[in-house]
Design a protein around this ligand. Structure first.
Ligand code: UT7
Length: 335
């Protein structure tokens, strides 16, 4: 879906922030729990450890912590915030939305707040939606957040999934771009293939399969994935959507200073870098430390890349994500 706009209001990223919980769960810890090895996890995925939220630390808390850092960097008072979008598949409650809890935590009562559900692509879906709403004049600023407490939705006895996921949150403040503000969002892209819902899902806990006393022991409210099939779609869709935003920004792969991809698997990231013809030292990864944090992954990666100086002034960044749905999304940003 193209983002060609008839308006000229340009939108930029004014601040980023991220937060991960304190508790570290290593591959060695998982070896004690399921029939796996550090060697298998590292060779097949690249993941070495992940963060696990405390029992009383919910998705909205992770989101609020990341949001506070992004607001501080953007020098925006929560009272002046106009829009909050939280991308998550692990909301605090089915209703109200996690965004409502975040609004309450921030005291941002002048804002409109809602969630979107697009799995690992959610943060970039939120970026596209917020960008369009700002460029069309509906709002002048927005807080977008990718936040997940996946540890609550993982079957800790299933070695094929429990080694992959972690908890965390990343956020960005978007605003109407003025004068020579950095962080201009040049192009965004998103797509969906609802024919592939069976490949990656949480089958239970919704109206199709409520959790009952009869099925409570079947782990239906945990993530189920056909990894190999997801892998193939991920490489193809991320390559295509990254190419689209590069082209729409009138750039060439050689102009890209940093690719910030979804952090699911190093082999997927390698394959995309190769197909995009971007050298590996221009690809940001942190999945070694956090595993796959779904909607939070690209948001945390962008914040870490930004704060650690990996993005040169005036540099071009391409973000790209892929997840359950299937969904995919990309964005090109000039820093
Ligand atoms: O974030 C949303 C998008 N998600 C993704 O992009 C994930 C995409 N998929 C993947 O990253 C990979 O498919 C996985 C990492 C999930 C799996 O890697 P794989 O190379 O596709 O392995 P596999 O599922 O084909 O399993 C290979 C073998 C199997 O054993 P057999 O049948 O060959 O004897 C599995 O039972 O590895 C076994 N296995 C494990 N062994 C040790 C599966 N999980 C584990 C484990 N430890 N944790």
């Amino acid at each position: 879906m193209s983002d060609a706009s008839t308006t000229t209001r340009s939108v930029c990223i004014a601040g980023t922030g991220s937060y991960v919980p304190e508790q570290v769960l290593t591959n060695a810890d998982l070896e004690k729990r399921v029939a796996t090895t550090d060697e298998w996890i590292v060779t097949r995925t690249g993941i070495r450890e992940r963060r696990i939220a405390a029992e009383d630390e919910f998705t909205s808390h992770l989101a609020t912590n990341a949001a506070n850092k992004a607001l501080e960097q953007a020098e925006l008072d929560p009272k002046d915030l106009q829009l909050i979008i939280v991308a998550t598949i692990t909301p605090d409650t089915l209703t109200p939305s996690t965004a409502c809890y975040v609004q309450q935590n921030l005291g941002a009562f002048g804002s409109v707040a809602f969630d979107i559900s697009a799995a690992c692509s959610g943060f970039l879906y939120a970026m596209k939606i917020a960008k369009r709403l700002i460029s069309d004049g509906a709002f002048d600023n927005a807080l977008i957040i990718g936040a997940e407490k996946l540890s609550s939705f993982v079957n800790w006895d299933d070695r094929s999934t429990c080694v992959l996921f972690g908890d965390g949150a990343g956020a960005a403040v978007l605003k109407l771009r003025e004068d020579d503000d950095d962080g201009e969002i040049l192009a965004t892209e998103m797509g969906t293939d609802g024919r592939q819902t069976r490949l990656l899902n949480i089958p239970g806990g919704g109206s199709a399969c409520p959790i009952t006393s009869e099925n409570a022991d079947q782990h239906l409210n945990t993530l189920a994935m056909l990894g190999k099939e997801v892998f193939k779609h991920a490489v193809l869709r991320m390559k295509q959507s990254a190419e689209l935003v590069i082209e729409r920004s009138d750039l060439k792969p050689a102009d890209i200073d940093l690719v910030v991809p979804h952090q699911a698997n190093l082999r997927i990231i390698d394959a995309i870098a190769e197909r995009l013809d971007v050298p590996y030292d221009r690809v940001f990864t942190n999945l070694q430390k956090y595993g796959n944090t779904s909607a939070a992954a690209v948001a945390i990666a962008l914040d870490e890349a930004h704060r650690s100086g990996r993005i040169p002034k005036g540099g071009h960044v391409v973000m790209v994500a892929f997840g359950a749905g299937l969904t995919w999304a990309a964005a090109a940003i000039k820093w």
